[in-house]
Design a protein around this ligand. Structure first.
Ligand code: SAH
Ligand code: SF4
Length: 385
């Protein structure tokens, strides 16, 4: 087995090059070819020494993921389903906005946390992605989009959010080198504040992330008290709210002038009442005496079959947001993007475990595409719902 160079951050690539007797600047050249130019073929790399260009294919390869499906929403959002082998698939979503292009990236096939309101959580856990599989989502999307949108080599993706399938902090050792690739000026050069890790609250790994790569941190709160959070986010039984908020404050010591984004998925009659807003204000403003420097991001629940939960009505969301804002908390309500292609938060399901369904889906996709049925119908039909 030869090495997949998408698995390495620059340090890793330098070590790999050193093992071949090559100097560090060769690693930098290679890294730029791969990530800045999207090269996959060593023979393209014209400024590498001929001898190295000839040697590389015998010891290394640059392999992305196979795209199973691609859906484009009417709002420009694009969702890809990638095959990661053994019947597992993961999704990445590109969300274009006026001033930025955001890629939502997956970290695991499935997820072990099992949140009540999350379609990935309902599938259970299949496996951790490798660094190369995390990086491959960005590598593919960036270079596909440059060609698709004809940007003349201009960068398209300015922000990455680790908010796809999986709990990134339960795949820490693969996550960290992937984040380093995103931040590296010889690769994607994204600023620390434009890369966001979203976590359901894996406290010890929040501490390590603060020390290793203090990128922007989003914490999925969803409830203002332990009793309710225990039910919605089972990890709360291990790391209850008081510990979680302490970890947020420790994290901010590594990221001065930053704030934590608390995500709060609005579930009708479950966590969206004025009483919950009041408890939430108390929690984030009073915890530990000083509270937590934060913003609140309210996410309208995106329903999926089998959740048994209902999206909060718009008036409840607005009333909840107003209570928080009036208390001085910066609050935003997330616009739902790409829901016509099931690309919205928590709708990313991939096709974990059941290989035959992936096969059926591809077959159906082909048939449906031939008959030019609109994208939303493609997804619904392919899901068999
Ligand atoms: N595992 C990480 C990151 C992936 S989920 C985490 O939980 O933070 C990204 C965000 O989408 C989280 O805030 C998650 O709670 C939210 N989410 C999950 N399912 C959702 C749904 N059905 N509707 C709206 N948001 C959802
Ligand atoms: Fe996992 Fe996040 Fe979904 Fe919870 S919300 S099940 S942590 S992916």
């Amino acid at each position: 087995m030869t090495a997949n160079l998408l698995d390495y951050d620059l340090e890793g690539l330098a070590a790999f090059c050193a093992s071949l007797g090559e100097k560090r600047f060769r690693a930098t050249q290679l890294f730029r070819w791969i990530h800045q130019k999207g090269a996959r073929d060593f023979s393209q790399m014209s400024d590498l020494a001929r001898s190295l260009r000839d040697k590389l294919p015998t010891v290394a390869h640059i392999s992305g993921l196979t795209v199973i499906t691609q859906h484009e929403s009417t709002d420009g959002t694009i969702k890809w389903l990638f095959d990661v082998g053994n019947g597992d698939a993961v999704e990445a979503v590109f969300i274009p906005e006026d001033d930025r292009g955001t890629l939502c990236v997956s970290s695991q096939a499935g997820c072990a946390v099992g949140c009540r309101f999350c379609s990935t959580g309902h599938q259970g856990f299949s496996r951790n992605l490798t660094t190369g599989e995390i990086v491959a989502q960005l590598w593919f999307a960036e270079h596909f989009l440059r060609a698709h949108l004809k940007t003349n080599g201009e960068r398209v993706i300015s922000n990455v959010v680790m908010m796809g399938m999986g709990e990134p902090l339960q795949n820490y050792s693969a996550l960290v080198p992937a984040l380093r690739v995103m931040l590296d000026d010889h690769a994607y050069g994204l600023s620390r504040r434009r890369v966001t890790v979203s976590t359901s609250g894996v406290v010890p790994m929040m501490d390590r992330l603060g020390e290793d790569v203090p990128v922007a941190l989003a914490v999925s709160l969803h409830a203002p008290n332990d009793e309710l959070r225990d039910k919605l986010v089972p990890l709360n039984r291990k790391y209850p709210l008081a510990e979680l908020l302490d970890a947020c404050n420790r994290y901010l010591e590594h990221a001065p002038r930053d704030f934590i984004t608390f995500e709060y998925c609005m579930l009708d009659g479950v966590n969206d009442q004025p009483e919950h807003a009041r408890q939430l204000i108390e929690l984030v403003q009073r915890h530990g005496g000083t509270g937590v420097s934060c913003k609140l991001n309210l996410i309208p629940f995106n329903p999926f079959p089998a959740s048994g939960l209902v999206r909060s009505p718009q008036q409840s969301v607005q009333a909840f947001a107003k209570l928080l804002s009036d208390a001085g908390i910066v609050t935003t309500v997330r616009k739902t993007r790409g829901d016509d292609i099931d690309a919205a938060c928590g709708q990313l399901a991939g096709d974990v475990k059941d290989r035959t369904r992936v096969g059926q889906r591809i077959a159906q996709q082909r048939t449906v595409m031939l008959t030019l049925v609109p994208a939303d119908a493609v997804t619904k039909e392919a899901r068999g719902s």
